[in-house]
Ligand binder design. Sequence first.
Ligand code: ASP
Length: 342
Amino acid sequence: MISRRKFLAATSLTGASIVAGNKSFSKVFEEKSITPVLNSPIVISTWDFGIAANAAAWEVLKNKGRALDAVEKGVHVPEADESNQSVGYGGLPDRDGRVTLDACIMDELGNCGSVAALEHILHPISVARLVMEKTPHVMLVGAGALQFAMEQGFKKENLLTPASEKAWKAWLKNARYQPEINIENRLFSPTKLPGNQYNHDTIGMLAIDAAGNMSGACTTSGMAYKMHGRVGDSPIIGAGLYVDNEVGGATSTGVGEEVIRNVGSFLVVELMRQGYPPEEACKEAVMRIIRKKPNTAKEIQVGFLALNKKGEYGAYAIQQGFSYAVCNEKDQKLLVKANSYS
Ligand code: ASP
């Protein structure tokens, strides 16, 4: 991952800079790990489980398939992975013990589909895709989303695994089960969870196909032990995911409430439109959150990941520990540690 120092050095050395507002940025990334294979297929996704997801997406991309198919196939992997307790099957439930899923998808034409608070369906991303393709709507939620999924032939199943049920029962012992203002801060506080563990992690994925088109997908079981009915950023177009085929795409992970408040992924894409390189765009989106609420710098995690139209990528997070996976024809298993504010 390019460091701030190296980024600035690259800026002054190459002289190949562009001006965005009052900022000047290098167009050239010299750090090996971030050197994109420009203008050829690429898929990137959040967290270390992104490596396996990217591999499934790459099967589509390397055979000249569509980025939309790639991101759908890619995120199916963590959705079906029982050991992943923050996405799909095996996800930690809400405080009532119900696994409720949020997902959205967006294609190169700006079409999008989304489901929120969907229960009992293994692949919410595929339901989101059908909302996009088969309905005049963008978003279906809760019982309506489930009804639509069943009409489309999806099977109703139990997504609460014994491991997640056990974790929830342990949480219930100490939980006060009262709605709390800023409960997300308590649940996500890096200082209050042992070993700096966060009980969340969404997969957000962005891909460019051989035709140069971009799509994105985002899917999660959301914040663990959330209030029943809570919807995070992940299924909200512009918050958890945004793709503009002219410019690039962005996705987010972390405390969804802050991402929604700042329309995070849309902001990242709009900053790239102004000339910000992906990491700088992600950083500015993080800084908007921190500037408005300085305590977020200590209390919560939010990370953004971005890919521009040329295939340059970058990320930035509030806290250390955010990583993302990159897959292109040069390297299929790259895991990059994101720079962070803290
Ligand atoms: N952004 C997700 C949410 O707020 C959680 C996560 O990424 O960990 O539901």
